[in-house]
Design a protein around this ligand. Structure first.
Ligand SMILES: C[S@@+](CC[C@H](N)C(=O)[O-])C[C@H]1O[C@@H](n2cnc3c(N)ncnc32)[C@H](O)[C@@H]1O
Length: 261
């Protein structure tokens, strides 16, 4: 069996076969999308892409604890098939999260421009944890909230006062992509990984769906975002990627974090 708090250089199926069944509290999975962004994201056909996707999903499900949670990133189109597959496997659908990534809005002339990705949130049963208080966001209607803080707002015969920690988090997430954040004069310089996820976004998932000391798994860890977020939030992690260069990059990021904290 594999050691925790390690990033392994392994293919996802080989890695998953070595993870103990029923040991994972939370899986954060950002797999290939078949968008041809790199060799690892290029499949010969849609059929072969979904065969690959369903194979790692089958290998992953037994690794989750009975009250574990699973988040899977993908395009909205691919997510529709993945949702249907997970539902057929008996997992519990919780949310279709739309990530408005403030990016990618170029080019389309015969349809609307793509600017979103999907994050499917499933759980193994209905007894999962969900720390909604830990991911509250600032209220948007500042004036109304300022008024409500002192006098409250009458709702169904009761006075409602805003929560000092902010509003509940909805299922549309407005978080700029790393590509967008790194743009200089509208152009993104070459980044160490082609498709890194924002740390803030992965931290939100980990805060909501795990507690300190829980085990977080990512079998497509890339530049190491999940491992870093887990370390920051004092969760254990077990991660892998089949690209040696990315494993070195992710390991270096963790070492730098440890040195400075
Ligand atoms: C979308 S990226 C993950 C990015 C990551 N979330 C981050 O923030 O940097 C997908 C990753 O899957 C890896 N990958 C692709 N096919 C794989 C396979 N069969 N087994 C393991 N890793 C694979 C790629 O090397 C790539 O780093």
């Amino acid at each position: 069996m594999l050691k925790i708090n390690q990033i392994y250089h392994k293919d996802c199926l080989d890695f998953l076969s070595q993870v103990k069944d029923g040991s994972v509290d939370l899986a954060v999975i950002d797999p290939p999308y078949n968008m041809h962004k790199a060799d690892w994201d290029t499949f010969t056909s849609e059929k072969s892409f979904f065969e690959f996707t369903f194979r790692w999903i089958d290998a992953l499900i037994p690794k989750l604890k009975s009250n574990g949670s699973l988040y899977i990133f993908n395009t909205p189109y691919n997510s529709a098939f993945i949702l249907s597959y997970l539902t057929a496997k008996g997992l519990f659908f919780q949310n279709w999260i739309t990530w408005d990534k403030r990016d990618g809005l170029g080019g389309a002339k015969r349809k609307y421009s793509n600017g979103q990705e999907t994050i499917l949130f499933f759980t193994k049963d209905g007894n999962h944890i969900f720390n909604y208080d830990d991911i509250r966001l600032p209220y948007e209607s500042i004036e109304r909230i300022a008024h409500a803080k002192t006098k409250g707002i009458l709702k169904a015969g009761k006075r409602w006062f805003p929560n000092p920690k902010g509003r509940l988090c909805g299922e549309v997430w407005h978080i700029a992509s790393e590509r967008h954040k790194n743009k200089i004069n509208g152009k993104t310089p070459k980044m160490p990984h082609v498709t890194p996820k924002p740390l803030e976004l992965v931290e939100r998932i980990i805060k909501a769906s795990s507690n300190e000391g829980d085990l977080v798994l990512d079998c497509f860890v890339g530049s190491g975002t999940t491992a870093l977020a887990a370390r920051k939030l004092r969760r254990d992690f077990i991660c892998s990627d089949n690209n040696k260069h990315y494993v070195e990059l992710a390991t270096m990021k963790l070492e730098n974090f440890d040195k400075n904290n």
